[in-house]
Design a protein around this ligand. Structure first.
Ligand code: FES
Ligand code: FES
Length: 218
């Protein structure tokens, strides 16, 4: 028998097809419809859920692999009468339009905040000893697995930045770093890759011609 613990509630299955994804179990078997099916190929992030606090694409996860895990969907993060800080910030910053990607964005951002609190580096982190998670390019890179067809990215980043800076300021362990991070980090729009050597007026070297600039997306 398979037991899935979703939003603190146990669901048991005797005859679930082992090929069923976690996303389909939620949406089709349990009517937990917060997680959305966008691409069904692990590319858009609309189906993002938390498994033991870590974010995953549930369209790529077989339900049978998560027997006993702590699974959280957007319904477990907050409901209309009990919004989480991030949900409230998305509302305050107008960080969605059609809202289809929003459950995945908020689940992803919830895990992102924990990752930053644990000083996990990202692809664009330059100081591995002290990643500055408040930088716009850090938030943008860490949210790059969640696409928004309405292109609400600037306000999504503003909402995450606000909650992240508030929560970091509450953490005494990072209080010393926060003052400089806050003063240096501003939210002025979505992040762009750093300028190339040509844009900077330099002649590209042979090595830089063949390799990607750090931070450049493929
Ligand atoms: S539906 Fe899972 S990543 Fe797009
Ligand atoms: S708000 Fe419409 S897809 Fe993101």
């Amino acid at each position: 028998m398979l037991t899935l613990t979703i939003n603190k509630q146990d669901y048991q299955f005797d005859t679930l097809d082992p090929r069923t994804t976690l996303l389909d179990v939620c949406r089709h078997h349990l009517q937990i419809t917060g997680p959305k099916k966008g691409c069904d190929h692990g590319q858009c992030g609309a189906c993002t859920m938390l498994i033991n606090g870590r974010r995953i694409n549930s369209c790529l996860a077989l339900a049978v692999m998560h027997d006993g895990d702590d699974i959280t969907t957007i319904e477990g993060i907050g409901m209309p009468d009990s919004l989480s800080d991030l949900q409230q910030a998305f509302k305050d910053h107008d960080a969605f339009q059609c809202g289809y990607c929003t459950p995945g964005q908020i689940c992803s951002a919830t895990a992102l905040i924990d990752e930053i609190k644990q000083n996990w580096p990202s692809y664009v982190t330059t100081d591995l000893q002290q990643p500055d998670g408040l930088l716009v390019q850090e938030i943008s890179e860490r949210m790059s697995g969640n696409l928004c067809r309405c292109s609400a990215y600037p306000n999504i980043i503003k909402a995450i930045h606000q909650v992240l800076s508030e929560q970091l300021s509450d953490e005494s362990s990072v209080s010393n770093n926060l003052a400089s991070a806050n003063s240096e980090s501003t939210v002025s729009g979505i992040w762009s890759p750093p300028p190339s050597e040509t844009q900077l007026g330099k002649q590209p070297t042979a090595q830089s011609k063949s390799s990607k600039t750090k931070g450049e997306r493929s």
